[in-house]
Design a protein around this ligand. Structure first.
Ligand SMILES: Cc1cc2nc3c(=O)[nH]c(=O)nc-3n(C[C@H](O)[C@H](O)[C@H](O)COP(=O)(O)OP(=O)(O)OC[C@H]3O[C@@H](n4cnc5c(N)ncnc54)[C@H](O)[C@@H]3O)c2cc1C
Length: 409
């Protein structure tokens, strides 16, 4: 492969990288996005598109078309808290073009944005191409060393963006170190068939002493998340799959027939929960966004949506300096200034929920005499359910697309 050059080279075709590539190319900036996999079809990595992202899709004129993809709409989250069933979040009043969460496979979302981006003359997506390291000149990052199969080549760029997720290669190669905030839980993800005749439609969690199961209703199946204490997967495996099925059956007896189909550990994926903070997101010529800058806990299902908001903020702040070839490190610092704060506030809330709610639930031997005070309040005052919906669905400091399409795009 011959060496290439571009205005912006983005490492990683996840939600952050694909959205940023699309927004920059739409505004007339020349972009190359590198994605190491050959396609977007990978393991389950979260399916939740929140009202904040629906607002962004509306800004882009893509919302109606997006909603034509097969998807499910969630207007409320329920909780079965030690036998008391309560609505925990009510999305019907969130300030967004659609008052619901959308559940759509992440690969469908990525393919949808990539398809629109690929119509733009300034957008180039290189699948099956890995960003191996940054290229440096003095203190500045001036490009990326990349490889496709056995072939290695260089891409020179005014800006390199590390959007390569929480196991980032590019951020590491640039010497930017994140801080591990720690998490007391891991999550096991698996699917179970859903029988619409027998199973009520609901998306939410079931809490029992020592156990927590979250179920996302995907019509023909449940996407289930079983919360376990950190690093306890080996002990669970040692107990055997039969015991694991019994544990789930004890929390959700209505799933007993479906649980028999969980025939092997390969069908159960471990998410090793990580929360990280990156004190400095940039170097001259390099910016980190999305999980590469802040790995999020799955609490609230916000990771995809925060990654997209980073992309929108980065495009809003960087299109003009990139187009006018006057990009400085101060421009990159502005992106961090805008986005680190909402990521940290969200992470603090996730840490509080992990430590104050999830860990105590996992440690409990028996059910409390009555549901926790917060649950009783939500039961008694339905309007309060709008608050968690707003925090999850819109979050702190939501972004709007401020850069329009360039005349040629
Ligand atoms: C099992 C699981 C469940 C989750 N559930 C949810 C959920 O319900 N809701 C939610 O909002 N979030 C969820 N998340 C988190 C969410 O997936 C992430 O926060 C979000 O995808 C981050 O987006 P990103 O673009 O920053 O990184 P990623 O999505 O990790 O994308 C990074 C991309 O870069 C590619 N890449 C990596 N290294 C390189 C390289 N060197 N060169 C080229 N390409 C590279 C990867 O293949 C990947 O496509 C979940 C995550 C997991 C693992």
């Amino acid at each position: 492969m011959a060496d290439l050059s571009t205005q912006c080279c983005i490492a990683g075709g996840g939600p952050a990288g694909i959205m940023l590539g699309f927004l920059l190319a739409r505004a007339g900036v020349d972009v190359i996005v590198l994605e190491k996999h050959d396609d977007f079809l990978r393991d389950f990595r979260g399916d939740t598109i929140h009202p904040s992202t629906l607002t962004i899709l509306q800004d882009l004129g893509l919302l109606e078309e997006f909603l034509e993809l097969p998807h499910d709409e969630v207007t409320e989250l329920t909780g079965d808290v030690y036998g008391t069933v309560v609505t925990l979040a009510d999305f019907t009043h969130v300030p967004a073009p659609r008052p619901f969460l959308v559940l759509v496979p992440q690969w469908d979302f990525l393919q949808f944005i990539a398809r629109h981006a690929q119509r733009l003359p300034k957008f180039r997506l290189m699948m099956g191409t890995k960003a191996d390291a940054v290229i440096e000149e003095g203190r500045a990052v001036v490009g990326v060393q990349a490889s496709r199969g056995p072939e290695s080549f260089r891409i020179r760029a005014d800006l390199v963006v590390a959007a390569d997720g929480r196991h980032t290669t590019i951020r590491e190669s640039a010497g930017l170190q994140s801080v591990d905030i720690g998490a007391p839980i891991d999550v096991l993800w698996f699917r179970l068939p859903r029988d619409a005749q027998r199973h009520p439609s609901r998306t939410g969690g079931i809490l029992r002493p020592g156990a927590m199961l979250v179920m996302l209703d995907r019509q023909s199946y449940w996407q289930c998340a079983f919360v376990i204490p950190k690093d306890s997967i080996e002990a669970l495996r040692a107990e055997g799959l039969g015991r694991f099925r019994d544990r789930i059956g004890a929390i959700a007896p209505f799933l007993a027939p479906e649980l028999q189909q969980l025939a092997d550990w390969d069908a159960i994926k471990l998410l090793s929960v990580q929360i990280t903070d990156l004190p400095c997101w940039h170097r001259p010529g390099l910016l980190c966004i999305g999980d590469a800058a802040h790995a999020m806990s799955p609490v609230g299902g916000v990771g995809i949506n925060l990654a997209i908001q980073d992309a929108v903020a980065a495009a809003n702040l960087l299109v003009a300096p990139l187009r006018e070839q006057r990009l400085s490190e101060a421009d990159l610092a502005r992106v961090q200034q805008r986005r680190r704060w909402p990521a940290r506030v969200t992470q603090r809330a996730q840490v509080a929920i992990q430590n104050e709610v999830l860990s105590p639930v996992l440690a409990r031997q028996d059910a409390p005499a009555q549901p926790p005070a917060a649950v009783r309040l939500l039961q008694r005052f339905p309007r309060l359910r709008r608050l968690p919906a707003r925090l999850v669905g819109i979050g702190v400091r939501p972004e709007r697309v401020r850069v329009g399409p360039s005349p040629g795009s």
